[in-house]
Design a protein. Structure first.
Ligand SMILES: Cc1cc2nc3c(=O)[nH]c(=O)nc-3n(C[C@H](O)[C@H](O)[C@H](O)COP(=O)(O)OP(=O)(O)OC[C@H]3O[C@@H](n4cnc5c(N)ncnc54)[C@H](O)[C@@H]3O)c2cc1C
Length: 383
């Protein structure tokens, strides 16, 4: 009889890796979380530690300077970091699940040799698809690329670009042949120092405040021809397929956020007394905590399943959309409920739950809003 392993069971290597990331997050990141949130600035030395620990190139093969793990391990790292600080998790998430993934999948050998070691060891990457007038309708982008023989000239503006303040390597989508519609979209690798490229205004956000989100401006930006990632006109495929994987990363962020806030709620319920008893003794409150645990564990099964399907080479697109949708909706519910457990104290910055709540909201917006996930799932069912 074949043995079916529970999706959430970790093998020894996965368990050790998860514990190591969690220890690092609790010891090195936790003391700075509130200050970084308040200043809306992530500490550079923590980013350097991410590189030293191999967290920025988790599934990049060792031959390209990476850690040589798999996608599931990236998911475990993102979840563990998010249980302490979602902003920390996002640096690791965007690097691994979007940028590195796109380079590994679509880069030719020369691009891989040049950029993967940098991404694994020292340079932060950013993924730039959205624009002021195109978010959900991503392929309606207005950035343009003009073929000049040995180089392209790019013009346009990108908005909401995660990691942009610290990034050195940018994956930017522009259309080189608008008459062909989305079939003109092309992916370009732009380095921070390229002529005509600059990082613009940084957004002041509700949550994930220590994760930078900036505008990018390209004014006659010169990009060498060899910096096209994949084929010209196939950028739409690069974008879609990368985002399909990225969505599982957002799911992992949401798991960490739920876990961090639930841990805080469980602890507080056993410390706070009212009516001469620990509030944890009240059945009404125990039920609220139990329900939060169910929402977290159900979400975890969705996210781990999608990640394991990706590593196994199965078709995971609908699973990823369901994982992102379900975990982000539940993250808002769970974190809101944990504020309830803390009463008035939960509404202040003296306890971590208000930040978990603020950080949860983005899960329903980026890498495709909840409506766009439902649209994807609907398309699978109603062809
Ligand atoms: C903090 C943050 C970080 C981000 N990081 C990045 C990044 O690194 N790189 C990047 O490229 N982008 C990034 N984004 C952009 C993000 O992916 C977009 O904001 C998102 O896709 C939504 O696009 P929009 O903001 O233009 O909203 P819109 O597309 O204008 O949507 C507005 C509303 O209309 C709904 N809607 C739109 N179309 C439909 C439809 N067909 N059916 C039903 N409802 C619909 C949406 O669900 C939403 O509720 C980031 C955004 C934020 C806020």
């Amino acid at each position: 009889m074949s043995q079916v392993l529970p999706i959430i069971r970790l093998n020894e290597e996965e368990e050790m890796f998860r514990e190591a990331v969690l220890d690092f997050a609790r010891e090195q990141i936790a003391p700075h979380v509130m200050e970084m949130d308040q200043k809306a600035q992530f500490r550079r030395e923590l980013l350097d530690q991410f590189f030293e620990l191999g967290l920025m190139g988790i599934d990049i093969p060792e031959a390209y300077g990476g850690t040589g793990g798999n996608f599931f391990m990236s998911i475990l790292a993102i979840e563990a970091l998010a249980s302490v600080d979602a902003s920390a998790a996002i640096y690791v998430d965007v690097q691994n699940t979007l940028v590195n993934n796109a380079f590994m999948r679509w880069g030719n050998e020369a691009i891989k040799q040049k950029y993967l070691p940098q991404l694994a060891q020292e340079k932060i990457g950013a993924y730039a698809l959205s624009e002021p007038s195109s978010g959900s309708d991503a392929f309606g982008l207005k950035a343009r690329g003009e073929d000049k023989g040995d180089h392209f000239v790019l013009n346009g503006t990108k908005l909401w670009i995660t990691n942009a303040a610290e990034a050195d390597i940018f994956l930017v989508f522009a259309n080189i042949n608008p008459e062909l519609g989305y079939k003109g979209i092309t992916a370009f690798v732009i380095e921070r120092g390229f002529d005509g490229f600059k990082v613009g205004k940084k957004e002041d956000k509700l949550g994930i405040r220590a994760s930078s989100t900036c505008e990018l401006i390209m004014e006659n930006c010169i990009v060498p021809k060899e910096n096209v990632l994949g084929e010209t006109g196939k950028g739409y495929k690069v974008a879609i397929e990368t985002l399909n994987e990225g969505r599982i990363g957002i799911g992992a962020q949401m798991l960490g956020i739920m876990q961090g806030s639930l841990d805080a709620g469980v602890q507080y319920a056993q410390e706070r007394s009212q009516f001469g008893r620990q509030i944890a003794q009240f059945q009404g409150l125990r039920f609220q905590i139990a329900e939060a645990k169910i929402l977290l564990e159900a979400s975890r099964r969705f996210v781990y399943n999608a990640a394991r399907m990706k590593d196994a080479g199965d078709d995971f697109v609908m699973e990823a959309a369901m994982a992102k949708y379900f975990s982000s909706v539940n993250a808002e519910k769970v974190t809101s409920r944990m504020i309830d457990i803390f009463g008035g104290y939960g509404y202040t910055k003296d306890y971590p739950v208000e930040k978990f709540y603020r950080d949860s909201k983005i899960g329903q917006i980026y890498e495709g809003t909840s409506n766009m996930q439902l649209d994807t799932i609907g398309k699978f069912l109603l062809k």
